[in-house]
Design a protein around this ligand. Structure first.
Ligand SMILES: NC(=O)C1=CN([C@@H]2O[C@H](COP(=O)(O)OP(=O)(O)OC[C@H]3O[C@@H](n4cnc5c(N)ncnc54)[C@H](OP(=O)(O)O)[C@@H]3O)[C@@H](O)[C@H]2O)C=CC1
Ligand SMILES: Nc1c(N[C@@H]2O[C@H](COP(=O)(O)O)[C@@H](O)[C@H]2O)[nH]c(=O)[nH]c1=O
Length: 350
């Protein structure tokens, strides 16, 4: 480290939190497309803390966030200015579908690497942080940054579906339920939904960021749901898992034929087997859109992580409330959810 960069590096931590926010936001754009990989963001800063590059992992098999960031820095001709890397997840130190990100960082003049979360994947050697340190880089964990805890919550929320799957062997499960002013989930005759257009937009945003859907045979028969992402832009060319719970497998054959064009459809006769079934898929995060019968069964077995209830009042306004069984929720990353806390209702601004 030369004396020039030494003197400026003390000012950098003030910029690190904001850089983490940028990295999380960039990664969040690709949530729903990275499975089985996590959504990860990386921001490169110069010695004064100016942002050089913002990058994220787009898709499994494509470049990891750090490597893409370094490639973009090269393309922009700013690689020699890289002083600090901010990464939401500990850089990988092994060759998987792509080479180690530690090597990508070491191919630059980077001096300090700030890391959000340690890699929770028990199936990879890890040690990226220690390796970079052994190579002479300064490695800092986000907790050490000014206001690190606040930024850390966003990093953990981003990683939550992946971390949950790594530690507990099944995807994160979010239930989304709409309830009308009379306390019923059943839409009016001739309709599949009754919530406001803004709520539908939110529901479709949730479909976008999740890797799969879970429903019941009753919902399929009643609604012939398409489960497409229509009210917000979807990821291109995606194929996701759709689990239909029910012992009867009694769903219309033409619905199944159409669904199989877009989804890998799996039947689950007994929802206590849902975690094991989901574990056979690459999904990190699934969303349940089912009727009251299946929701009761999932509730009885604690087979959910977040429960999002969209309740409608007599004036036709939607009230959102979220319960989460854990200390973190990926739902907190929707900007409009920023004011939501556990068990507390809120009104998303869409
Ligand atoms: N407002 C909202 O958010 C939503 C409302 N709906 C509405 O809900 C209504 C349908 O309700 P409902 O019939 O309860 O639909 P469900 O989606 O809950 O499907 C019910 C079926 O789920 C299966 N099931 C029940 N328990 C289990 C279990 N433990 N393990 C595996 N499978 C199980 C059974 O299938 P089987 O008989 O084959 O064994 C059962 O018949 C429709 O009017 C629909 O529009 C639907 C989704 C969301
Ligand atoms: N009723 C209801 C929902 N219901 C869910 O939406 C499904 C229909 O999806 P699609 O065929 O893609 O339009 C339906 O079968 C059920 O799972 N969703 C909501 O956001 N608000 C609502 O009021």
């Amino acid at each position: 480290m030369n004396s020039f960069s030494q003197s400026f590096s003390y000012a950098l931590p003030e910029r690190v939190g904001a850089a983490f926010d940028l990295a999380v936001s960039e990664a969040w754009r690709f949530a729903g497309q990275t499975a089985p990989n996590p959504a990860v963001g990386c921001v490169l800063l110069d010695v004064q803390g100016n942002v050089l590059v913002i990058a994220a992992h787009h898709k499994a098999g494509e470049l990891h966030a750090e490597r893409l960031a370094v490639e973009q820095a090269r393309a922009l001709g700013v690689v020699e200015r890289i002083h600090t890397a901010v990464v939401t997840l500990e850089p990988c130190n092994h060759t998987g579908r792509t080479p180690p990100c530690t090597q990508a960082l070491l191919s630059t003049p980077v001096q300090t690497v700030w890391i959000g979360c340690a890699d929770p994947n028990p199936h990879v050697p890890g040690g990226g942080a220690a390796y970079l340190q052994a190579k002479g880089l300064t490695v800092r964990w986000l907790e050490q940054a000014p206001n690190g805890a606040a930024y850390m919550a966003r990093c953990r929320a981003l990683l939550a579906p992946f971390a949950w799957r790594m530690v507990h062997g099944r995807p994160w499960i979010t239930v989304k339920q709409a309830v009308n002013a009379q306390g019923s989930m059943v839409p009016p005759v001739g309709h599949k939904t009754f919530t406001t257009p803004q709520s539908l937009q939110f529901a479709h945003a949730l479909r976008r960021v999740t890797d799969g859907l879970v429903t019941g045979t009753g919902t399929v028969r009643a609604d012939l749901p398409s489960f497409t992402v229509r009210h917000v832009p979807d990821h291109p060319n995606r194929r996701r898992v759709l689990v239909v719970c029910g012992a009867s497998r009694n769903v219309p054959s033409n619905w199944l034929e159409q669904a199989e064009q877009r989804f890998d459809v799996l039947f689950c006769p007994d929802c206590s087997d849902l975690p094991a079934l989901l574990a056979t898929t690459p999904a990190l995060w699934v969303m349940v859109e089912a009727g009251p019968t299946l929701l009761r069964a999932l509730c009885a077995q604690n087979l959910w992580d977040d429960w999002l209830s969209i309740g409608q009042d007599a004036q036709g306004r939607d009230h959102f409330s979220v319960s989460t069984r854990h200390d973190i929720s990926p739902l907190s990353l929707f900007p409009e959810w920023a004011r939501c806390t556990q068990e507390q209702a809120c009104f998303p601004v869409l």
